[in-house]
Design a protein around this ligand. Structure first.
Ligand code: KG4
Ligand code: ZN
Length: 327
């Protein structure tokens, strides 16, 4: 049995996985999240995250010692992410790769999110992808492995980040996405008439800073009783912004296979609206299992398998703390 050990530490999740290279089966997967530790600050504190990774990663590594003899390569997230947390995973990857005398594979975190769709499965191409996470909001086209083009990006905040910021303004905690989604379920989506960002612009791009500021203004005169309506109206407009821009993009690029990935792809309101949007195209919607939407090492291992098969290894000495992936 040949295994890939994969390591993810780009933000606030310490995670390790073992993936069978031939069968793509996940032999081991563990993730230690730091949400509780960061929630008092309303967001991720990079130095605290780095310290927690330094504690958690070796603990998980201890559990997979019995598999050391089967490891054929180490795949590690090297970008994008927080430099101080990425380095924790990279240092461990280098140490294991040297000790076991196996190659190292640098994985791009965003490609990892895409391959969260294909954990223990075959990949599907071509694919139009909406990535919505705490750090990114973008639309990509993937023709084949390694052939990815970005067709639209956010100009400021990301979709998930805007949920985090709105939750922070309401003192709800972190991460804001699930908290806002829960509150929004009880609210009136039409009560606060926020403007859909960039709706007059022909550009296919995203922006969330204006919507966040509009929410800030409405919160000034709101009582906690109004919060659920604000959350519901915000979630509706944040989602309709994605829907409106995708609709525009689909006019010239009708989707065949469409996927939503990233931590915020867990949002059920968003999933529902995208399903409606795809219906007239007869496009197939791909979603990751809920447990693989947010950051995890299983998705990094899945990319690792593809890169291993293509011999996409890196020179250990050349890997800096946050270098570019080989993709
Ligand atoms: O992919 P991820 O775990 O980390 C990054 O790579 O950024 O995504 C985390 C982000 C956070 O901003 C979180 O608030 C958001 O995903 N998120 C959600 C939901 N669940 C997580 N946003 C909206 N609705 C959700 N249900
Ligand atoms: Zn992520």
């Amino acid at each position: 049995m040949g295994l890939i050990l994969s390591i993810e530490s780009s933000c606030d999740d310490s995670s390790l996985a073992l993936t069978d290279i031939d069968t793509k089966k996940l032999v081991f997967h563990k993730k230690i999240s730091q949400e509780l530790e960061h929630s008092v600050y309303g967001g991720v504190v990079p130095e605290l995250a780095a310290r927690l990774h330094a504690e958690a990663l070796p603990k998980i590594l201890e559990e997979i010692k019995p598999y050391f003899g089967d490891i054929e390569a180490v795949a590690v997230t090297t970008s994008p992410g927080l430099a101080v947390t990425l380095v924790e995973g990279v240092v461990m990857a280098k140490a294991v790769a040297i000790a076991l005398d196996v190659p190292i594979i640098e994985v791009n975190h965003l490609v990892g999110h895409i391959y969260s769709l294909f954990i223990e499965k075959e990949a599907v191409y071509p694919l139009t992808i909406l990535l919505v996470s705490g750090g990114h909001t973008q639309v990509m086209q993937m023709r084949d492995f390694g052939e990815i083009t970005t067709v639209a990006k956010t100009m400021d905040d990301s979709f998930g980040e805007s949920f985090d910021k709105v939750a922070k303004m309401m003192s709800l905690g972190y991460p804001g996405g699930p908290l806002i989604e829960k509150l929004a379920k009880e609210g009136d989506r039409g009560r606060y008439n926020y403007t859909i960002p960039l709706s007059q612009s022909p550009k296919i791009a995203f922006s969330y800073s204006g919507l966040k500021n509009a929410v800030r203004l409405s919160l000034e005169n709101a009582t906690p009783e109004d919060y659920k309506d604000i959350a519901a109206s915000f979630e509706h407009i944040a989602t309709m912004h994605l829907v409106q821009k995708l609709k525009k993009y689909f006019k010239t690029n009708p989707p065949k296979n469409f996927a939503i990935v990233g931590g915020a792809s867990a949002n059920l309101y968003l999933r529902g609206k995208i399903e409606e949007l795809l219906k007239p195209f007869g496009a197939k919607l791909f979603l990751s299992e809920l447990s693989y939407c947010s950051d995890n090492a299983a998705m990094i291992g899945r990319v690792g398998v593809e890169m291993y098969k293509r011999g996409l290894f890196s020179d250990i000495d050349a890997i800096a703390s946050s270098p570019k992936s080989a993709l």
